[in-house]
Design a protein around this ligand. Structure first.
Ligand code: TMP
Length: 261
């Protein structure tokens, strides 16, 4: 497969064309941003960990029949994905209230929600990804009713699966963000899961200590982001237990032993 020109550069990833018009390459950068780009830095090794963790989660979701854009991981930072037309909505799923919802609605941090709560944000950096309702989505035709109904069902299945997967390794899935895209499969229009699922896009707390193992370490200046992401990868069985990725030694990350599938 030949890597072609850059098609799109986002805050944490770059998309390149390939010689197959239906496939693109997704490159994971080390850039970290928060609060819609107001805060940014580069954290060496983050892209490598997110590439591996996202590959692991998306391939597990495939195995339970949740179609997604992942074709295969190419190397430490890149994966081949199916080209989709991204639906311009960020789907936020919350199991425990923390982050923006606590400030927006005055909900106490850590409140356990009776049922998973789905929120919609318009994917528009200039507007700061504003919260929208399902009525806005339908009124402005960002997605159809059929698509939204299908996505909601998928989200609940993804949430159930991920809660169980993380619970099994001593991690609580607090909340996360998903994106979906349109694609033609065998001449039929379908909606599939896209983007990434990683500690950049999820809130993950240690089950016993509530230690944050996600991008809140950067958002809240807690430090030690790489050790936290490495801990997630190790618990999921992606990295060998003995791999020792420290914040000061992340340049060596690409030589960390990766467990072959
Ligand atoms: P929030 O509490 O800041 O609204 O974030 C909810 C979840 O969504 C959290 O797991 C982080 C994730 N998220 C993203 O992945 N990208 C974003 O742009 C935002 C705002 C949140």
């Amino acid at each position: 497969m030949k890597k072609g020109k850059k098609l799109y550069e986002g805050k944490a990833k770059i998309i390149y064309a390939t010689n197959d018009k239906n496939l693109v390459i997704q490159y994971f950068k080390d850039d970290a941003t928060a609060f819609n780009n107001q805060k940014k830095t580069t954290i060496e090794g983050k892209g490598v960990l997110n590439n591996r963790i996202s590959e692991y989660i998306l391939s597990n979701l495939s195995q339970i029949g949740i179609k997604n854009h992942l074709v295969k991981r190419l190397n430490m930072r890149e994966q081949v994905i199916k080209l989709v037309e991204i639906i311009p909505i960020e789907f936020i799923v919350r199991n425990i209230a923390t982050g923006s919802i606590t400030k927006r609605l005055g909900i106490e941090d850590g409140t356990v929600l009776r049922e998973p709560l789905i929120e919609y944000c318009l994917k528009n950096d200039k507007l700061g990804d504003p919260l929208i309702s399902e009525e806005h989505i339908l009124a402005f035709e960002w997605a159809s009713k059929t698509e939204i109904d299908k996505i909601k069902k998928l989200i609940l299945r993804i949430n159930d699966f991920m809660i169980g997967m993380f619970r099994g390794v001593g991690i609580k899935l607090i909340d996360f963000k998903l994106e979906f895209g349109r694609i033609k499969i065998d001449g039929k229009n379908e909606v599939i899961l896209a983007d990434e699922i990683s500690p950049d896009t999820c809130r993950l707390w240690d089950s016993v200590t509530d230690k944050k193992l996600d991008k809140d370490r950067f958002r809240q200046d807690l430090g030690d982001l790489i050790p936290a992401y490495t801990e997630v990868a190790k618990r999921l069985g992606i990295l060998h237990e003995q791999s020792n990725v420290s914040a000061v030694n992340v340049t060596k990350l690409s030589s960390v032993k990766i467990k072959k599938k």
